[in-house]
Design a binder for this molecule. Sequence first.
Ligand code: NAG
Ligand code: NAG
Ligand code: NAG
Ligand code: NAG
Ligand code: NAG
Ligand code: NAG
Ligand code: NAG
Ligand code: NAG
Ligand code: NAG
Length: 768
Amino acid sequence: MSRYLTSSKVGLLALISLYTESVVPSVATIPILSFLVSQILPINSMIPRSDVSLHSRDITVTLNDIQRATIDHISGIPGRSVWDLLLNKLWKINSFDALHVFFDTLSLLLQKTQEQLQNEPEDGLETDSNLNRMLLSRTSPLGAFVRRAQLEFTRLQFHDGLTLWKSFVVYRAPTLPQWRKRNQTAGNTSFDIILQQEQLGIADRLTEAVYRELGTEASQEVGNSTEDVEKLLEYQVDQMQRMGNRLPKAMKMKLLDMIESGVTVPSLSHYVSFLDSWKAGDYPSSFDKLHRYFDYTMHNRDRTFYQYALLNLAILHQDFGCYSEAVVAMQETISTARENNDMGCLNYSLSWLYHFGKAHPEQIHKVQEKGVLGTDREALAFLKAKAKETSMWTLLSTSLLSEAKLSLSNGDGAAQAFESILKASHLNVTRNVANAIGSQMSMQSSIYGRLGVSCQAWLYGELFLQCYASPSPVEDVVHCICKSAFLLSQKGRYEDAVARMEEVDEETLQTLRYSQYWKSSLGLMKFRRYLHCDNLTAADHVLAQLRAPLNLSQDLQFNISMLEVDLLTRRGDYSKAMEMLEHFATKLEDEEADIYQRVKLMTLKAQIYDASGTPQKGFSVALRAASLAHRARLLPALWEAVGRIGAILISLKEFSATTKLLESIMPQVLECEDCNLSAHTFSLLADAHVGMAGQAKAEGLQRKEQLTKALEHIERSFDEFSRIEDVRGQCEIMAKKATIMHLNGDPVLANDCAARYRDVTRATINQV
Ligand SMILES: *[C@@H]1O[C@H](CO)[C@@H](O)[C@H](O)[C@H]1NC(C)=O
Ligand SMILES: *[C@@H]1O[C@H](CO)[C@@H](O)[C@H](O)[C@H]1NC(C)=O
Ligand SMILES: *[C@@H]1O[C@H](CO)[C@@H](O)[C@H](O)[C@H]1NC(C)=O
Ligand SMILES: *[C@@H]1O[C@H](CO)[C@@H](O)[C@H](O)[C@H]1NC(C)=O
Ligand SMILES: *[C@@H]1O[C@H](CO)[C@@H](O)[C@H](O)[C@H]1NC(C)=O
Ligand SMILES: *[C@@H]1O[C@H](CO)[C@@H](O)[C@H](O)[C@H]1NC(C)=O
Ligand SMILES: *[C@@H]1O[C@H](CO)[C@@H](O)[C@H](O)[C@H]1NC(C)=O
Ligand SMILES: *[C@@H]1O[C@H](CO)[C@@H](O)[C@H](O)[C@H]1NC(C)=O
Ligand SMILES: CC(=O)N[C@H]1CO[C@H](CO)[C@@H](O)[C@@H]1O
């Protein structure tokens, strides 16, 4: 593998030289320049992010690519396209000597340095031929490319130069038919003018001696240079770090090929394989490869990289759940970074430590005692101030979003969270911090979810997936997809939810962490569905699977446990359910738990008291849940808690108060688009009306009225239950209806209800 120069670079140089000759008309300037620049600049700074196809693109440009970019542009010379002129230029390089001349004359494309200008003879004869040329500034991207190429050419050994020449001949050969059309005298030996002058044929012995390996592997040697491979590796590292995905399989094969063909293996390739095995969840080999990479790089350059090795190690440890090791490594990173004055690394480490502390508070206590970070708020304020000071807008934006999240989970209300989000959004617009937009939108979506405006939450999720998915980290995308599938399943649209889950592409699921999250979310959906279908055996199976992966995020674990409590309640095992709740409650008190989880626990407790026939025991806890939820503006949780209060009031025979209470929240409950919640609330409302009917005078008009209302609510509750296929709910509701019909003295309709009851049970057994 050559160091830098390849035949495709010669092609690009020819095009640049053509461009400076002012034969490219102004309409073609921009397309041709952008083509050139896209080939010359580092890959990641150029490719628009949506261009995912890059994974499969070749890194070197072929003549076909160049032809495609130039053939449609008319040149300044009548009747010729830019491609015609370029062909001419390429075929003018018709001997190894001509290649030397080509590289020598490259300096004519550049502006002269101050020194050269001073040394120049006054009369300036030489510049005459150059009058029409535009000159490239020495520091422009094109100028730098030309200078580098020229320098690299002079450094080539004779043998390497010859290899370059031969590979160029091979590179150009496919255009011979086109060239022959334009120049009748061109023959099959015109790649080297010497052969033609000496009348040597292609089969001549001299030709054979020189060009014997044409078309064989040796001439392919310089197809890709080390620099190209490094560029590609850098791009991969960037993608993997920013997006967090793994190497696509095709790319992996390609890299292996290229690395095998080269004598010098760029050390970056170890890093790429480290990242790949890390994302695959292969702990031992990622460990091994990380060590190997840093063994190679540590002393290679003049800067020390020790802190980065530690940084990677810390992140690796964290990902595999070795938290205490991670903290130790990170502390080491921080002190090393301080020692080496590496501010970028220091800033990053501090920010990492903050987020780590949010995720694993029990681990961070030790660190806090040592005073590396203060409390959450102080740490955030510190990060914000630093970010502002040093214009690190991405850091500032993520700090603001973390602040929004913190105030949500502390229950400080939505207003503050909105303020932080607006600030972050302002940053997005003024500072062009585009890759934080994804987390911002999912944050907005979850705020609206907490405010009980489900359609808005859904909309933000959609907006994110439609418009901002490609520049965002893969993790955000996976979370967003899972979230919107959850919203769908709440509405009972199970098929759509599964379809939505399947939108996550296969590449992404190769990363262990995402695939665990994805599978657990899918499992949760199934679990919920089986619970509704009253298929407790199947639910048990799913639960066993959900318990299997360790180190799920706390959020998911909480949701799993809550459904488990539901399962136990459905089994009638109230004491065990209560035990689980208590266990969870003590755990939450230790840590600074999300307020949503605390409210949910209280509501469930009240629910268990209710189910076990002592609803009044749950009064204080339901009331406390309601007031907490109200203070934190957690509306879906509030309505649930109010529903529990309603149930208690019903048990106290306070029917009219219950009716008033529940009727006032009903519109907002419907807004939540949570069928389970609305079904239960309608059912409670029906109970309250039945109670009022019972208190009214027998045979009175009022009684009839109340019963009619109760029937109405029963119908709606039944609808909601059937949407989520909740068997028990449907049966209970039908039983209630039958009872009312019976009371009304309408045995035929009561019988109808009984029949529907049986239908429901039969239908689900067949279906599941
Ligand atoms: C046509 O090709 C021949 C042989 O390669 C070469 O000597 C001649 O200069 C070319 N003519 C033009 C106009 O390029
Ligand atoms: C090359 O061209 C010559 C005539 O110019 C012809 O005699 C010969 O067969 C050609 N060789 C090949 C391999 O095409
Ligand atoms: C250069 O690398 C690409 C992979 O990106 C490969 O397809 C191509 O064959 C290589 N070129 C040569 C001449 O080896
Ligand atoms: C990190 O923050 C420090 C101030 O604490 C600042 O001087 C430095 O420039 C920042 N580093 C980078 C890479 O911006
Ligand atoms: C964020 O900024 C990008 C580019 O700066 C812009 O395209 C996008 O619309 C902005 N998004 C929001 C929500 O302001
Ligand atoms: C857990 O459940 C709540 C509501 O029940 C939901 O908002 C949240 O998205 C769920 N979390 C996950 C990770 O599924
Ligand atoms: C449905 O709602 C009831 C009452 O609010 C609750 O106990 C139960 O856990 C919920 N079920 C599911 C699967 O969310
Ligand atoms: C429960 O679900 C499983 C799996 O879908 C099914 O095989 C089984 O028949 C169901 N049982 C009942 C009682 O519906
Ligand atoms: C919080 C948690 O469950 N941590 C576990 C993660 O997995 C490792 C082993 O893989 C356990 O040792 C941790 O306890």
